[in-house]
Design a protein around this ligand. Sequence first.
Ligand code: GLU
Length: 466
Amino acid sequence: MKTRFAPSPTGLMHFGNLRTALFSFLLAKQQGGKFVLRIEDTDLVRSEAQYEVALKEDLYWAGITWQEEAKQSDRLDIYAKCYAELIDKKIAYPCFCSDQQLAIERKLQLSQGKPPRYKGTCRNLTAEQIAEKKTAGLEPALRFNVSKVLADGEWLEFIDLIKGKQKFLSKDLGDFIIQRQTGDVTFMFSNSIDDADMGITHALRGEDHLTNTPRQLLILRALGLEIKAPQYGHFSLINGSDGAKLSKRNGSEAVRDLKQQGYHPLALANYFARLGHTIAKQNFLTMDELAANFSLDNIGTSSSTYDKMHLQHWQKEAILHASNDEIWHMIDVKVKDLVPQDKQAEFVSIAKENILMPSEANALATMFFAEQLDYTEENKGIIKAAGKDFFEHAISFISANQDKTFTFQELADYIKNQTGCKGKQLFLPLRVCLTNQLAGPEMAKFINIMPKEILSLRFNTCLGFN
Ligand code: GLU
């Protein structure tokens, strides 16, 4: 088993690419096979080195690692040989039709309700006609003559790993371009040759490539390489929440944006491995477990919908499953500075239970350890309503218990006995004074992480408001 991810470095990695890479990676991993990264950079105008770097960084971050790597711009000699072979076999012919001419042809066919197919204008040019056009300075593209490989009326059939049996008629394929006028290699050509040449056994990709497959199989047939063609599997695309194709407008983001927001790579893996692919186990899985639970049979044929809430569910799980060390590493340096050394372990345990994103640890650390809180007017009002007494008693309780640990309940009971405050009157000013929040994690759980000096400071500040 050998699978591959073959991105074109023309942009940042988005969800569709990530899922394609992940499925191919998991399939190879499960079977103890190899996973290849192939950079498809033959479109020289749109490919950029920075995107190649970014793709690799993002894959690596996502936990998707590869055993072999190739780049199409290093393999141009191979494609050149294949062009020569097809020209020699008279399966490829030069086409001088201009873009403008082709666009008019396409429009006409569409207006007649016909699928746009090349009419064959240049298919039977004589050697003299070709020489004449070249002398006139026209640069040809290279077209693949379908009828030389697949007779009229003949079907090209293949079994798609996901969609099952597929068949296409020769006349529906139309002669297609395999080398651009500029000399650039088309995706269709290099992609099929590389899959065969690299021994790829399973090529998984989005269904937008389904109609390329018969053409790619014909290229391989013409080169005597059909025997080495991979089995193709095309899965349905990801839709946005509104049902339309996923785009920025309906939720799509670059993988690195999610990374920057603080998503855990295993949150992405758990989410995307289940998008369009059913995993019976509902619990959080490691990459090895995801691979063990991967099956081509469980890839659905209907389109899937991106749902951020589900991604967040797996983020919560990923945070809960991460080691304390890992969480500590995810946290901002500024936050770390606030946390006293002897409180680090406890802080991470509390944070793990209470945050979705590492950035939220910031608010938590401020709440526990910052010397001053920036109380809102509303909160100041609650503090003032509690009155001077309330905070004086709180301060006495802290001084009396300087060397002891105490529970939140003991602190609350003391104030209650001294002031007669109870229920909301008791608990709200306490919470607001200590945290500057109207709601939040259970006070009883974190009172002991707050240094006594900070507790005194907070009560003194609140006393000052009265
Ligand atoms: N370079 C192609 C793309 O990014 C690869 C398609 C494939 O996986 O075969 O769409």
